[in-house]
Ligand binder design. Structure first.
Ligand code: HEC
Length: 120
């Protein structure tokens, strides 16, 4: 029996179309998530705007650890007994030594600093 030479192409075409539909579907999902973010509906953004702990988690945790005990950066579990709110805020905004300036607003830097200055 002779096989129809068109069948393999048909299968490839169907797989191709399926792949396009799947990728397009993911794109739409991401766009919706992005729009939700821009409208301020994103859960992360909302939490980050006025919750110092969330701001810390987003901007500092990678170097100072989830429990402030350090890692790449020094242990800051009792930083409040060594530094004032102003000093901490300045380090966040300008960086110091091995720590880069962190991209947060002045208000956010102050919020994190007040929270950290209570850690004694
Ligand atoms: C890229 C890694 C990194 C990130 C991100 C980072 N730090 Fe640091 N941090 C460091 C390093 C390294 C030092 C030590 C700086 C030095 O050499 O003087 C430091 C020092 C500090 C100090 C001074 C500690 C002391 O005992 O003198 C404070 C306070 C501090 N960081 C707070 C923060 C806060 C708050 C954030 C987030 C807004 C943050 N850091 C984000 C790496 C980081």
């Amino acid at each position: 029996m002779k096989r129809n030479p068109l069948i393999p192409y048909g299968i490839i075409a169907i797989i191709g179309i399926l792949a396009i539909v799947i990728v397009a579907g993911m794109g739409v999902g991401q766009r919706e998530a992005l729009q939700a973010d821009q409208n301020g509906e994103g859960p992360v953004e909302e939490a980050a705007s006025d919750d110092p702990q969330a701001l810390y988690d987003a901007n500092c945790l990678s170097c100072h650890g989830a429990d402030l005990s350090g890692g790449m950066g020094p242990d800051i579990t009792d930083v409040g007994s060594k530094m004032s709110v102003e000093e901490i805020s300045e380090i966040i905004q300008k960086g110091r030594g091995g720590m880069p300036a962190i991209q947060v607003s002045v208000e956010e830097a102050d919020l994190i600093s007040e929270w950290l200055s209570e850690k004694k």
